[in-house]
Design a protein around this ligand. Structure first.
Ligand code: FES
Ligand code: FE
Length: 398
């Protein structure tokens, strides 16, 4: 990747400001068609590596549902860019995260994606042993080495936050503000933080989790989620439930705007039939509406009156992204064993339709016809701001 390639801009700052000024862009677009990123942004391993370093490893990444770490000693091994991280619940019930790197000679402590230990993490190589706060508590012949500082030689900590019932980590030495980067993204979309507080997401329970292995670049998935120009073409069930989506304008386009359920629709289900008990703390203005939020780089939050759907993406290669999707309902709905199939089926179909579209797009990214990119129509102009965000993080090139 040359400096020019990284630094070049598909839109001038003025065009960008003009085309992303919320609804004004619809009325006075800079031009009907504005360019996308060039094809190599979706295929070039050097760009992918730069994104891992400058975006994924530099920001906050949502790595686990806090409830997945239910008991002291429960851990998850997760990938954050090029770093492996162990997230573990301590005996004090605090969740901590550490680089998955033994301080002796670097072996990975945990290789299973999830597990349960009693009260320590032991390296399988030479048995250096750490407590759940990361402190080095034992090693063969450690008494012969009284000068070894057990904290300095303990596991290297990773910054952790819990929000919306999820564990977020940042592997950067100086994490950016969680309030600005993560909570700020929600406030920008919904207008205030109280609007998401009403859903009490942290009190909801996991009813279903589906993992998707998507053969496309992570940015195609983000771009797809940001627009609804495709909804009428590929989402017949979703547009039945949310008729305004058939017009091609994503709910995310307008601050605070939720897409209204169709008049005959009873719930956010695959056939529009009734769903489950409404989250009681919701505002009336949030009833019978769908809200969608993108928290860059890899989280989508979907809010409907009786459940919340959270997508978490892990880019693993320029042309491959893993997506984990959780459906969260009120605890009483999950505990009662109520049938959530029709609710889950709606967004599972949407996911399958979206990811098939992304996979259909990925091969063309390396076509010479796409060497200079494609086009964004006015209802997609806000995607150019996402491109600007990616570009800004990769610039200046190192
Ligand atoms: Fe972990 Fe030696 S590398 S104990
Ligand atoms: Fe879609």
């Amino acid at each position: 990747m040359t400096e020019t390639e990284l630094a070049e801009s598909t839109m001038t700052e003025t065009e960008l400001a003009e085309s992303t000024r919320n609804t004004a862009a619809l009325e006075r677009p800079a031009a009907s068609l504005v360019p996308t990123l060039a094809g190599h942004w979706y295929t070039d391993p050097a760009i992918f590596a730069a994104e891992q370093e400058r975006i994924v490893e530099a920001g906050w990444v949502c790595v686990a549902l806090a409830a997945d770490l239910d008991a002291p000693g429960a851990y998850r091994t997760v990938q954050v860019g090029r770093e492996s991280v162990v997230v573990v619940k301590g005996r004090d019930r605090a969740i901590r995260a550490f680089f998955n790197v033994c301080r002796h000679r670097g072996a990975q402590l945990c290789v299973e994606p999830a597990g349960q230990v009693r009260n320590k993490l032991q390296c399988p190589y030479h048995a250096w042993t750490y407590d759940l706060t990361g402190k080095l508590i034992a090693a063969p012949n450690l008494t012969e080495m009284p000068d070894v500082d057990r904290v300095v030689n303990g596991l290297a900590a990773v910054a952790v936050r819990e929000w919306l019932g999820y564990v977020w980590v940042c592997v950067a030495p100086e994490p950016p503000s969680f309030e600005d980067e993560v909570i700020g993204a929600v406030v920008t979309r919904l207008g205030d933080v109280e609007s998401i507080d009403h859903y009490g997401v942290e009190n909801l329970r996991l009813a279903r989790r589906i993992s998707y292995d998507v053969r496309s670049n992570w940015k195609l998935i983000v771009e797809n989620f940001m627009e609804c120009y495709h909804c009428a073409t590929i989402h017949p069930e979703l547009t039945e439930v949310l008729p305004e989506f058939a017009d091609g304008y994503a709910a995310q386009y307008y601050v605070g705007h939720g897409a209204e359920f169709g008049a005959a629709v009873e719930g956010f289900t695959v056939d529009g039939s009734a769903g489950h008990a409404r989250i009681p703390t919701l505002d009336d203005a949030q009833d019978r509406k769908y809200f969608a939020i993108t928290i860059r780089p890899g989280v989508f939050v979907n809010l409907v009156p009786d459940h919340v759907i959270v997508h978490r993406m892990t880019p693993v290669a320029a042309d491959r992204t893993l997506v984990e999707c959780d459906w969260l309902f009120l605890p009483e709905v999950v505990e009662s064993g109520a049938d959530v199939d029709r609710s889950v089926e709606l967004f599972h179909r949407v996911n399958s339709q979206d990811f098939a579209a992304c996979e259909r797009t990925q091969p063309a990214m390396s076509s010479r016809v796409y060497a200079n990119g494609g086009n964004l129509v006015p209802s997609e102009h806000h995607i150019a701001e996402f491109h600007h965000w990616v570009r800004a993080r990769l610039s200046p090139p190192r």
